[in-house]
Design a protein around this ligand. Structure first.
Ligand SMILES: Cc1ncc(COP(=O)(O)O)c(C=O)c1O
Length: 399
């Protein structure tokens, strides 16, 4: 396949080079490096990202997966606990729960927007349930009013897995800032990216302090941190056992730079989605996904297109995509079926890995025999288009 620059993601511009040069000139490459006379790029990004999301605190981490692990551990979730997760998400949502030795309990998603079905949550709650992870999928948000209501009724914590939904809004609040903790991914495909990376946001100072220590081997910024040339800025606290999930200074600089362009890009995606929806509405058998009413603003990690196979010669999503991919000359990074349901995903096989507790990894039969029909249908009947396709012109959308 030939390179097709008009749809490629991410977009590297001249400003990116000078952002990286800033790190080189500063000669501090890591949060755990030494203070050179200016705040670290990590600290600057944390401040900017928190401000833009109107939330009190942000902690950068190495990925969306480690963001989820920090969120779960900060909330004190571990062995013996159950966490409710949607049966349709990237596998990392459920894997993160296993990583802290807790048990993921899958709940089906709803047809409205393929996010967790709030009406199916209560029947999955047991006396071991400690939290719900709400995944906002492809820019559309889960039904946060109902989820928070159920969590309050049963005294559960809520994490918003916001890997895919930067700057979408529920009423007047940004995605990730409604629940106890929100987590983000900045992996290459995401609308805000630095290759690999993540962040955790919260309004709770105690959680913020814990998340910092979980990220950085028990070290954190402290108020009286000495910002002195040649000294480390983060100090050993050791209130909770952590590990190294740091984001490098290069990655933080890229995020700061890319954040300058994100509003403009989101507006363009929005405009092109309107055009796409207009065109798709003319095709019999295609469903237009409508966000919940309170999802007052949405961004697009991807545009998803559910369709009725019977109107398309009974082809499934994989077969339709094979044709589209050839016609449009684009690969599977840009167009693919929506994920397999977690319990059916070949990537979800915790019984093959000795590090997980047997009580939570369970057996192949335990996972594969579960039934979550809406989540299971997505892989067959829903096409995913990466957001960068929405940044190219309408000619591409016409194709
Ligand atoms: C919903 C969801 N959660 C978690 C993750 C994990 O993020 P990362 O790949 O940065 O570890 C992803 C990544 O795509 C995701 O889509």
């Amino acid at each position: 396949m030939q390179r097709k620059k008009s749809i490629e993601w991410p977009i590297a511009d001249e400003g990116l080079i000078s952002a990286l040069k800033g790190v080189i000139d500063n000669n501090r490459w890591s949060l755990s490096g030494y203070w050179t006379g200016q705040d670290s790029y990590n600290a600057k990004f944390e401040k900017e990202f928190a401000k833009k999301n109107k939330v009190s605190y942000c902690v950068t981490v190495s990925s969306g997966s480690t963001a989820l692990i920090c969120a779960l551990e900060a909330l004190g979730i571990g062995e013996g606990d159950q966490v409710i997760v949607p049966a349709l998400s990237w596998v990392a949502t459920a894997t993160a729960v296993l990583q802290v030795n807790a048990e993921p309990v899958l709940v089906d998603v709803c047809e409205q927007n393929y996010c967790i079905d709030p009406e199916k949550i209560e029947s999955a709650i047991t006396d071991r349930t400690k939290a719900i992870i709400a995944v906002h999928l492809c820019g559309a948000m889960a039904q946060m009013d109902r989820i928070m209501e159920i969590a309050n009724k049963y005294n559960l914590k809520v994490i918003e897995d916001n890997a895919q939904t930067h700057f979408s809004m529920w009423k007047d609040k940004y995605a990730g800032t409604i629940a106890d903790i929100g987590t983000f991914s900045f992996q290459q495909g995401k609308i805000l990216t630095c290759g690999e990376g993540g962040a955790v946001v919260t309004d709770d100072y105690e959680l913020y302090k814990k998340i910092q220590q979980l990220r950085c081997d028990g070290r954190a910024y402290v108020e009286e941190t000495a910002k002195k040339y040649g000294f480390m800025e983060i100090e050993a606290l050791g209130e909770i056992h952590g590990t190294n999930y740091n984001l490098s200074e290069f990655q933080a600089a890229i995020l700061l730079h890319n954040m300058e362009k994100i509003d403009e890009q989101n507006e363009l995606r929005q405009k092109n989605v309107e055009y796409l929806v207009e065109k798709l509405s003319e095709i019999d058998g295609i469903k237009i996904v409508k966000p919940y009413e309170n999802n007052s603003y949405r961004t697009y990690y991807g545009y998803i297109i559910p369709f009725d196979k019977s109107k398309f010669n009974n082809m499934n999503a994989k077969e339709v995509i094979e044709r589209l991919s050839r016609k449009l000359n684009i690969g599977s990074f840009y167009i693919h079926p929506l994920y397999p349901a977690i319990h059916k995903s070949p990537l979800f096989c915790p019984w093959t890995n000795k590090r997980y507790l047997k009580d939570v990894a369970k057996t192949e039969e335990f996972w594969r025999n579960q039934s979550h029909p809406v989540a299971e249908s997505a892989n067959e009947n829903v096409i995913f288009l990466l957001h960068s396709l929405l940044l190219s012109g309408t000619a591409f959308i016409d194709d």
